[in-house]
Design a protein around this ligand. Structure first.
Ligand SMILES: Cc1cc2nc3c(=O)[nH]c(=O)nc-3n(C[C@H](O)[C@H](O)[C@H](O)COP(=O)(O)O)c2cc1C
Length: 445
């Protein structure tokens, strides 16, 4: 029986914008290693496929209304690869996914760091490949704004190609390490990349040996045409965002439908929409739990939650309609929010309250059976291969999912009861990543 995959998006204090104010939260948890350890160990206890860290290379300030920044905990967090190296030491099976930008990095750095994490974790590393949109990030790298859309994706595609090339620098059995003869590696099994392209000139080879997975898992989270194409060509996991089964299905069919031209099986890509799940023993208890956080949202913080996609709306009446965005920042996210506002006829206040938790992702509040029903519907209905769970706050919001929802999914046969396989690729059922030079040589023989 086909089973779903589960990830947890575990950034900072959790997904809800008031998470750090939750009565049971440690308010400085986003900078405490013990907080992250407790979260990842809960996810591993729940047999999750992956622990996923979203990221940006700058503080999260968009067109924030004044006063919003000082009310947010989302401005400081650990650098994900550094944090995941530490978390690799307190876990054994769960996948470790870090977001890293193709806009403000060099491919050699990224290839080297993820290859190192793959070794350190015994084959559990994954890279969420993103392009960086914000001016706040650009200004940390000598630019006033991010490159335009097409250019960002063009660079991202070449970036990924170079990184993959570098991961193929060494064949699996390149290292002989023969003390007697004094031969450390076989030079015939070392491949120099010599890449020259529009954005990058990279000689190689990589100074990290071939990794346990061959190539760390590739995760993609962009929903535009270019984002979908990149996912179909290269990703093992897609972190998607959809509110309705209809949208999720259309997205799922579209991305999977693009894979054949790259010679890929649809099953080798797992599409995992984000899902904010708030369980309770009764529906009332679940809603009460959610309200604890909703009541802690200051209006300025609410407005800032939508500013990243729709711009600063503080000049508009809070209880009036949502205006068309003047210059949408993230096309796909702006569209999701607008569709939501139009569909449910929401005011600005209602829109920010509606997305405060899930930030445009689907939110399900109810009993474990309600949440499992919602997941099963999308999983069996052609909308998802699994879910990236967005806990409203950490670690408690995740522990509730692990203790209440996971057993319900297992009872239904929809989720594993033990870890299988050796690497994250095995766990996900992703394609193996053979060395391209070995494959080419075998094809020539
Ligand atoms: C679900 C989702 C999660 C994302 N997570 C991040 C992130 O953690 N860091 C980041 O810099 N960009 C993130 N992005 C932005 C994308 O990489 C991309 O730059 C942006 O969505 C614009 O491209 P698109 O129109 O193809 O979605 C995310 C996008 C989506 C849809």
């Amino acid at each position: 029986m086909r089973q779903m995959g589960l990830g947890v998006s575990a950034i900072g204090m959790g997904y809800h914008i008031a998470a750090w104010r939750h009565p049971d939260a440690s308010p400085g948890g986003n900078m405490e290693l013990s907080h992250a350890v407790r979260s990842i160990q809960a996810a591993e206890r729940g047999l999750f496929d992956m622990y996923f860290l979203a990221d940006g290379v700058g503080i999260r300030m968009y067109d924030e209304p004044p006063g919003a920044l000082s009310r947010s905990s989302k401005n400081v967090q650990f650098e994900p690869l550094t944090l995941l190296s530490a978390l690799a030491m307190v876990t054994t099976r769960i996948g470790l996914i870090a977001t890293a930008s193709t806009t403000w990095n060099e491919p050699y750095h990224i290839a080297r760091k993820f290859a190192s994490l793959d070794h350190i974790s015994g084959g559990r590393a994954g890279w969420n490949v993103v392009t960086s949109v914000t001016a706040q990030e650009a200004r940390n790298f000598g630019h006033e704004a991010a490159p335009d859309y097409a250019d960002r994706y063009d660079r991202a595609a070449e970036f990924l190609d170079v990184v993959r090339g570098l991961w193929g620098s060494w064949e699996d059995d390149a290292f002989l390490r023969d003390k007697a003869s004094g031969i450390n590696f076989d030079p015939a099994k070392l491949h120099v990349l010599n890449h020259k392209g529009r954005h990058f000139t990279v000689a190689g080879p990589l100074n990290v040996a071939r990794t346990p997975q061959g190539a760390p898992v590739i995760v993609q989270a962009g929903a535009s045409d270019q984002g979908r194409e990149m996912a179909a060509a290269s990703a093992d996991v897609v972190y998607a965002a959809a509110q309705t089964l209809e949208e999720a299905r259309a997205y799922y069919a579209d991305v999977k439908g693009r894979m054949a031209k790259y010679g890929r099986r649809p099953d080798s890509l797992k599409i995992m929409p984000g899902l904010m799940a708030i369980p309770g023993r009764t529906r009332q208890e679940a809603h009460d739990r959610y309200e604890i956080l909703q009541e802690l949202i200051h209006p300025i913080v609410g407005l800032s939650a939508i500013a990243g996609s729709l711009g600063d709306l503080s000049a508009h009446p809070l209880d009036g309609p949502v205006p068309e965005p003047v210059n949408p920042r993230m096309l796909s996210r702006a569209k999701i929010l607008l569709d939501m506002a139009r569909r449910d006829d929401l005011t600005i206040r209602q829109l920010y309250l509606a997305i405060a938790g899930g930030n445009g992702h689907r939110t399900v509040i109810g009993t474990p059976a309600d949440i499992a029903d919602a997941m099963e519907e999308w999983f069996t209905g052609g909308g998802a291969d699994g879910f990236n769970i967005l806990p409203p706050w950490l670690p408690g919001g995740l522990e509730e999912v692990v203790d209440q929802v996971v057993p319900e999914l297992q009872r239904r046969g929809l989720f594993r009861t033990a870890y299988e396989g050796r690497t994250l690729r095995d766990l996900l059922g992703a394609d193996p990543a053979p060395n391209r030079h070995v494959t080419a040589r075998a094809a020539a023989e």
